[in-house]
Write a protein that binds this ligand. Structure first.
Ligand code: HEM
Length: 361
């Protein structure tokens, strides 16, 4: 049995226990509101991931400048479907604005426009998420705060999207845009995990392997490093595309600098570190615990990242695989963040439980 080590420690744990007990009572009172919130947050998260996929498809298909202006597209709220609907001097107009190569292409324009429509839908979905978080403010105020923060971040992301277009798709701006998408994912996941506290309370981690926490942080660090390296490889792809052109796509890999090879080989480190983490969980908590299941899902996602990465590296960078690789990397980041949050909740609950049984003794 875990006993508080000092009076301060005892006070902290007792406060935690009281908080969780109060939380438990409140969760019964607002069960329906919590369920609604969780469902909406999940839908919003799925939509954000869909947007990441659509955004990456826009980039891979070279449709980023399909709409050279923002928020309108070729000066219209609903873009044209043929070049004949544009003024005769439109190329000159956009050249004067700094977009020398603007040439109307219906597929690219509508791909980019769909990307924007999905972006606007996300704004609406996050707004509804904030509305559904409002009744939960007495249960846990951080759910409302995080949802509101996600809403503001989506607004900022829209503005950043406009800057990306204005910068003529500067690689560094694309990276910033992608990191912002991950920050939105993290904020929504934080709110979702807070709303799932009551569920995690039922899954204590008293028997968890003592090395797990340390390894979790190591694995998180390794993933962040791998994702950061991936963004640099992607910036390099964009530069190579500019110099070599789309027609030489299958030989782009030959022009990759050394950090591409580090990125490629480092995925083995990421994979084995995660396998070890999963093993620690299976051995100490069994197969049924939520943390184990999340970690196994993470292994599947890593498999997807490695497989899509290997296809990019060895099969001539197929355009369709580029979005898959980014989606896998973003899912990996999200899952690890969720595992981290869930672990913290399970651990807090286990500590509080120990205080509870100490108090009963
Ligand atoms: C754990 C495994 C991996 C993770 C988490 C990961 C992560 C990433 C990320 C985040 C990007 C940036 C994607 C974007 O912004 O569109 C990227 C790009 C890239 N990665 Fe990986 N990667 C992994 C494994 C691999 C492997 C094994 C290879 C090759 C053998 C590879 C090759 C590439 C290439 C070629 C790009 C540039 C793709 C593009 O420009 O669209 N990756 N990676």
């Amino acid at each position: 049995m875990l006993r508080p080590r000092s009076p301060g420690d005892r006070r902290r744990r007792t406060a935690l226990f009281t908080q969780i007990m109060t939380t438990d009572t409140l969760s019964q009172a607002s069960d329906l509101a919590l369920q609604r919130y969780r469902r909406m947050a999940l839908i919003t998260l799925a939509a954000v991931y869909f947007l990441i996929l659509v955004g990456a498809t826009v980039r891979a298909s070279g449709a980023g400048m399909g709409c050279p202006d923002w928020p309108t597209c070729f000066g219209q709220w609903i873009p044209p479907t043929s070049e004949a609907q544009l003024p005769g001097n439109y190329q000159q107009v956009y050249a004067d604005l700094g977009y020398a190569d603007t040439r109307f292409n219906v597929v690219k324009t509508w791909t980019e426009y769909t990307n924007r429509l999905v972006g606007v839908s996300i704004g609406i979905l996050v707004f509804v998420t904030v509305l559904l978080a409002w009744p939960l403010r007495g249960y846990d105020n951080t759910i409302l705060k995080a949802s509101a923060a996600a809403f503001l971040m989506v607004g900022f992301q829209g503005w950043l999207g406009a800057r990306v277009v204005a910068s003529n798709l500067q690689p560094g701006m694309i990276t910033l845009h992608m990191l912002m998408a991950l920050a939105i994912v993290a904020t929504l996941l934080f709110a979702l995990a807070q709303s799932r506290r009551g569920i995690m309370v039922a899954q204590p981690v008293t028997n968890i392997d003592k090395r797990f926490e340390k390894w979790l942080y190591i694995v998180l660090g390794l993933t962040v490093f791998q994702v950061a390296m991936g963004t640099q490889v992607r910036e390099m792809t964009d530069l190579i595309r500019q110099t070599q052109g789309e027609d030489l796509r299958s030989s782009w890999i030959e022009y990759m600098p050394w950090f591409f090879y580090v990125h490629r080989s480092f995925s083995a480190v990421v994979l084995f570190a995660n396998l070890w983490l999963a093993w620690l969980l299976v051995a100490s908590l069994g197969w049924q615990h939520t943390l184990t299941r999340l970690t196994l899902a993470m292994l599947v996602v890593i498999g997807m990242a490695v497989l899509s990465g290997a296809t990019l590296g060895h099969l001539g960078m197929p355009a369709l695989v580029q979005p898959t690789h980014l989606l896998a990397a973003s899912l990996l980041f999200g899952l690890q963040f969720l595992i981290w949050m869930s672990f913290r909740h399970c651990r807090d609950c286990s500590s509080a439980e120990s205080v509870g049984s100490a108090a009963r003794d």
